[in-house]
Write a protein that binds this ligand. Structure first.
Ligand code: PXP
Length: 249
């Protein structure tokens, strides 16, 4: 029987709503605890350089407060490396970051920055932090991630999600096929394979069915849907769909 996928819940946009008013609520830690109670396997939080949603004190609170692993998402900068080494999260996911972007656009260019990234992740690996690279499904990015000693690659599902939402089904199917090939290659190189970005109830199942994937990280849709259903039931429904894709329900 297929193994159950892990669900990492990204709580960044709870902080987006909080920061819109400069108040203390809604509190990302409270959301993380509700996610944990609803069966999330991990919490993901992206500390951006401009602190537009998650702030440093949120990372302190999450590290102290949650009982499931924290996946600390950040850019490969000296500042973020120092924070990761101080906080010692379970995992770090390195993402490209541009100030002007609305969300993480595209994957990290590991192949084009291989020597620097190898040096960057070495102390994190030595500290026992699992290092994940958020990349596209191109073979050269996957191979470079394996060469520098990353434990995990998270494959960017954003383009698939966009094509799916626009009803461009042939192109979405082609992108899904490329994600499948990428997942198989990464797995064959000994990498653990995750996926994420833009996933919703409507598009998650074909991704969740990719056999080499072990974890999906999902944020924006869940936080938005929680306005209507509440966070716990929203997460439980995503869990159910992920399990259904693997023939587990
Ligand atoms: N994985 C990574 C590496 C991300 O940067 C993001 C967005 O912060 C996600 C997953 C979650 O994407 P979404 O919010 O679209 O579900």
């Amino acid at each position: 029987m297929a193994a159950r996928l892990r669900l990492g819940v990204n709580i960044d946009h709870v902080a987006t709503v909080r920061n819109a008013r400069g108040t203390a609520w809604p509190d990302p830690l409270r959301a993380a605890l509700l996610a944990e109670a609803a069966g999330a396997d991990g919490i993901t939080a992206h500390l951006r350089e401009d602190r537009r949603h998650i702030r440093d004190d949120d990372i302190d609170a999450l590290m102290a407060g949650i009982g499931i692993p924290l996946n600390f998402e950040c850019a490969a900068t000296d500042e973020m490396q120092a924070i990761a080494l101080k906080q010692q999260p379970h995992a770090i996911c390195l993402v490209p970051e541009k100030r002007e972007e609305r969300t993480t656009e595209g994957g990290l260019d590991v192949a084009g920055d291989e020597a620097r990234l190898a040096r960057f992740i070495a102390p994190l690996r030595e500290a026992g932090i699992r290092v994940s690279m958020f990349i596209g499904h191109e073979a050269r990015q996957i191979e470079a991630s394996a060469r520098i000693g990353a434990a995990v690659v998270e494959l960017h599902t954003g383009l698939y999600s966009e094509l799916h939402a626009e009803g461009r089904s042939d192109e979405a199917e082609a992108e899904l096929a490329a994600l499948r090939r990428g997942a198989a290659l990464a797995h064959s190189l000994g990498l653990e394979v995750h996926g994420g970005h833009g996933l919703t109830y409507d598009n998650v199942e074909p991704v969740a069915a990719i056999p080499q994937l072990v974890e999906l990280n999902i944020g924006h849709f869940l936080i938005g849907e929680a306005i209507y259903r509440g966070l716990g039931p929203t997460i439980e429904e995503m869990r159910r769909r992920m399990d259904a894709a693997r023939g587990l329900v």
